[in-house]
Design a protein around this ligand. Sequence first.
Ligand SMILES: Cc1cc2nc3c(=O)[nH]c(=O)nc-3n(C[C@H](O)[C@H](O)[C@H](O)COP(=O)(O)OP(=O)(O)OC[C@H]3O[C@@H](n4cnc5c(N)ncnc54)[C@H](O)[C@@H]3O)c2cc1C
Length: 279
Amino acid sequence: MFHALVSIKQVPDTTNIRIDPETNNLIRQGVPTILNPYDAHAVAAAVEWKRKLNGKVTIITMGPPAAVTSLRECIEMGADRAILISARQFAGADTWATSYVLTEVIKAVHAEDPIDLIFFGKQAIDGDTAQVGPGVAVRMNLPVVSYAVKIHDVNLEERSVIIERKTENRNEVIKANLPAALTCEKDIAEIPYASLPDLVYSLRYEPEVWTAEGPITFDPAQLGLKGSPTTVFKTGTPEKHVAGEIIKTAELGVDAAVKAALDKILGVEGMASMLGVKK
Ligand SMILES: Cc1cc2nc3c(=O)[nH]c(=O)nc-3n(C[C@H](O)[C@H](O)[C@H](O)COP(=O)(O)OP(=O)(O)OC[C@H]3O[C@@H](n4cnc5c(N)ncnc54)[C@H](O)[C@@H]3O)c2cc1C
């Protein structure tokens, strides 16, 4: 039987992230949360293949108790089981510590019920690093196909999957052995309308809660802030580009326009010495 696992993250419902200037952490108070959009499409793809191959879908997330709402949303989309990994020891994790926890959980689920495909979103719209999916795949020694836009085939007998991925200027079609991991673009699948039974089931669904104490054992040194080798040192918004100035030869004449342009360029601090010109 086909078994897909989707790793999802609950994120603030905005691309306009507000950062605490003191701590450099996200300000979460007062910001509504959503299922990370790329993850929603990954869940849709997993459910599509579950229906094609008569399988099942497990969802996991590491996050605060409120992430239960995102897990229920995945159940509403047709997933079968959901696990919330939540404890104060996991807080403040960077992508290294996040991928450690997710890997340990995925290994435990896999040992009890072998997984064929592990889905991630392309990136989370808050942290934006796109490191967690590949990080888990490397820790598990699995093939990973990033920026996936289409799953062409899953062959459970041959133990292979054919996935199309997007690159900057062309698409690539890749065959990988199962189990494999993929990080998904939104094109991977359309979000389906929930069926009435799935909707009703999701309203009452209580996800399993896994903590630092169990049901599996984690190395405490690798959790949360303590297990995170990176910290966000500084954040800021890039300066807005101002519109360029147009110097019109029709108004000034060619010579004066060229001189005016040169004066502007050489007036930029450091430009004259960079170009080797004496002002
Ligand atoms: C502004 C800002 C900058 C940051 N920069 C860095 C940085 O440079 N380096 C760093 O290590 N950390 C950074 N972090 C911390 C980062 O939020 C956490 O490491 C986070 O747990 C995962 O990183 P991400 O959000 O970038 O996820 P991504 O790697 O972008 O997420 C990709 C996919 O991984 C899965 N995933 C991600 N998080 C979880 C989760 N908690 N549970 C289940 N699945 C998950 C989802 O499928 C998601 O679509 C930053 C945070 C902020 C707010």
